[in-house]
Design a protein around this ligand. Sequence first.
Ligand code: HEC
Ligand code: HEC
Length: 386
Amino acid sequence: MHTKGYGWQRQRGAGRVLRALGALALCAALAACGGGSDSPSSQGSSTALSATATLGKKIFNDVSLSASGKQSCSSCHDPASGHAQPNSLAAQLGGPDLNLQGNRIAPTIRYLASNTGFFFAADGTPTGGFFWDGRAQTLLQQAEQPFLNPVEMANATKADAVARLAKASYAAEFQQLYGGDIFNNVDNAFERMALTLQQYQLEDPVFHEYSSKYDAFLQGKTALTDQEMRGLALYNSPTKGNCAACHLSARGSGGSMPVFTDFTYDNLGVPRNLELRQNADPDYYDLGLCAREGGDLAARSDLCGAFKVPSLRNVALRHAFFHNGKFKTLKDALTFYVQRDTNPEKWYPQNADGSYDKYNDLPARYRRTSTRKRCPTTANRASPPR
Ligand code: HEC
Ligand code: HEC
């Protein structure tokens, strides 16, 4: 396969510097920015929620709203794992009998309050949207999908979901809020249910805490260790890690705390993960942005392989990394960044001719989609250079 002409290849020297300095220092920096399991309020909060958000919280945790009777939002977005999935599976199991595998890992759902609907920025950069491919425009639209997804909560119809809601222990509270006859109008009831979930995620501080050591550091209240400072320098340096180019680490102009993503999209060439049943078919590829539902970006083959940049807050609490869950430790995920181009033999399978099948989770015709040089080690960027 041809690999000539990739933007990132010209930057290999920088990759070597990063490798020499090591992924471990980066891990230390990320642990500092991670919020961490020791954060006192990460398990819940005493802040009073509105009636809508209170109801949203109950719905978020209610397994009776699924066809299996065993799965809720929190089954896949576990508070103890930073509201990412609670295990290291490549995708969670769902459906009526909890035996159908999903397509991607369940990402963290924290720090999404400042995300927007999907749009192309003035310079053409795909930005915003919910899900790994940005296909939902709001948290409300997003929250409708798991109820009906056949490999998740698997209600056959909106009416089924609403019938389950009408039997919930808090059904009367729902009626109090939206009217005694709300369950008679399936579409309205279904949308209100999603609305409560949106409100819960926007209101409850557990979804946007700024209580990590790194936050205290940014506020001048604590110091980082020497190792953490080395990791942070690597993380921020445009000629080394350059991580901050996509996973923002500085306070915003108005003083807002960084959420460690700019909500843009990139193609990192993450290796194929055969734990995903869909990948047993050698002709199947999860193409991300260009192949998302609705087909609105089908003509944009330059966006194939691009997925949304996840927030790195609480990343140390996660059990699997990248959209296909290929890596199970933070160290492996970071070492991949450092060595993807310098040591492809460590990350990709070997071809019959002895070469390595680089970027093997993309069809050959899309392996040259790089238009981007922002990240020295991984500049397979699905947006114009800036
Ligand atoms: C069976 C596991 C599962 C269940 C149950 C589930 N989710 Fe998810 N969630 C996922 C997966 C997988 C994704 C990513 C899917 C994709 O990008 O295609 C996701 C994505 C999301 C996102 C988008 C995050 C982002 O960065 O854009 C939000 C928000 C979310 N889920 C909230 C919910 C809510 C609310 C519920 C309950 C109604 C729920 N989820 C139920 C697995 C699950
Ligand atoms: C050009 C933009 C860009 C740069 C620069 C970048 N990343 Fe990422 N990062 C992404 C994207 C996009 C993903 C998700 C890719 C996927 O799943 O296919 C990601 C995912 C990750 C993940 C996995 C998180 C999760 O929940 O799955 C980690 C950890 C990470 N990046 C750390 C880093 C570090 C450390 C650096 C610097 C060495 C870095 N990133 C530089 C765009 C970037």
